[in-house]
Design a protein around this ligand. Structure first.
Ligand code: SAM
Ligand code: DTB
Ligand code: SF4
Length: 313
């Protein structure tokens, strides 16, 4: 495992060296022309008890958000079919919950998992904290992946979230692993974290063993009403450096260029692909905020002569 200093040395290389190294690692492990399309579905929206300072779904902030209870299973399956028709091979269902409870809602989520799996898609869910038994139930229902982000360094995490701890997050990730699910874990950039926080965040991710199969890198989507509404925009080259460093640290993982793409130029996204990003969230919406949309993404992939990955891996 690399030290924080070693990670910083990778990250701080001259930009051409860094991107070349990342691109070399990328092509040694993946087809660099391939891009995975994943689609998000917010199956339960808003009214969350947590106080995550970046999140429009927290009940504590006055955001312009329509709160919605758990979606019906049939509506979720319609969404999955539509996403598949547009090239998506992974369907990721997110709930604004602090934690999973053993109730009828969880039973309904298990039915959603079974239904999406039956469509032949990779199934991912992100439901907050969970215990080992709940992780096993997800696995048994056919779930492939659990998303649970570390979000930032331990130190910065504890400044922006007070209703649970970094160690709670790590415990959930351990439960996910024990159940044999794949791990999807990454974070958010542009929240006001320091460069040091970013290095410690990556270091925490490298401490997960085995490595997460996917690493989503989100750029903060600043939402009016949240404490981060006026955060300074992330310098675009900072994003590319973090994508490239993640690619080098996680050669065999998917590095997903996640939230924040509506404020990125096509050229910036192309640079991220060159630096090793090989997965996107597609569709008109992320969970609650806008996303570039299918026609934009199909055009972008075509303009770059890249190809959408066709089958779930
Ligand atoms: N409630 C569950 C949890 O927190 O684990 C699952 C859903 S939560 C919305 C999933 C992830 O979305 C968070 O971990 C965070 O990384 C990301 N996220 C939330 N709000 C965001 C924002 N405004 N900009 C970028 N990413 C955001
Ligand atoms: C992840 O890392 N990013 C996605 C997914 N995992 C669940 C969520 C992004 C949410 C952005 C803010 C919103 O749309 O509410
Ligand atoms: Fe709730 Fe998840 Fe948003 Fe935090 S990130 S407020 S836990 S939905």
């Amino acid at each position: 495992m690399r030290t924080v200093e070693e990670i910083r040395a990778i990250h701080d290389q001259p930009f051409p060296e860094l991107v070349f190294q990342a691109a070399s690692v990328h092509r040694a492990n993946w087809d660099p022309s391939d891009i995975q399309f994943c689609t998000l579905d917010s199956i339960k929206t808003g009214a969350c008890t947590e106080d995550c300072a970046y999140c429009p779904q927290s009940a504590r902030y006055a955001t312009d958000l329509k709160v919605e209870p758990l979606k019906e299973v049939s509506r979720v399956l319609e969404g999955a079919k539509a996403a598949k028709a547009k090239g998506s091979t992974r369907y990721c269902m997110g709930a604004a919950w602090r934690e999973v409870k053993d109730d009828a809602n969880f039973d309904a989520v298990l039915d959603m998992v079974k239904g999406v799996k039956a469509e032949g898609m990779e199934v991912c869910v992100t439901l907050g904290l969970l215990n080992e038994d709940q992780a096993v139930r997800l696995k048994d229902a056919g779930c492939d992946v659990y998303n649970h982000n570390l979000d930032s360094s331990r130190e910065f995490y504890e400044k922006i979230i007070h209703t649970r701890t970094f160690d709670d997050r790590l415990r959930t990730l351990a439960n996910v692993r024990k159940a044999g699910l794949e791990v999807c874990s990454g974070g958010i950039l542009g929240m006001g974290e320091s460069g040091e926080d970013r290095m410690h965040f990556l270091h925490e991710l490298t401490k997960l063993e085995p490595a997460p199969e996917s690493v989503p890198i989100n750029q903060l989507v600043p939402v009016a009403g949240t404490p981060m509404a006026d955060a300074e925009p992330l310098p675009p080259l900072d994003l590319v450096r973090m994508i490239a460093t993640a690619r080098i640290l996680f050669p065999k993982s998917r590095v997903r260029l996640s939230a924040g793409r509506t404020s990125m130029s096509d050229e910036l996204q192309a640079l991220c692909f060159l630096a090793g990003a090989n997965s996107l969230f597609t569709g008109e919406k992320l969970l609650t905020t806008p996303n570039p949309g299918d026609s934009h993404d199909h055009k972008l992939v075509e303009a770059l002569g890249m190809k959408i990955e066709t089958a779930a891996v």
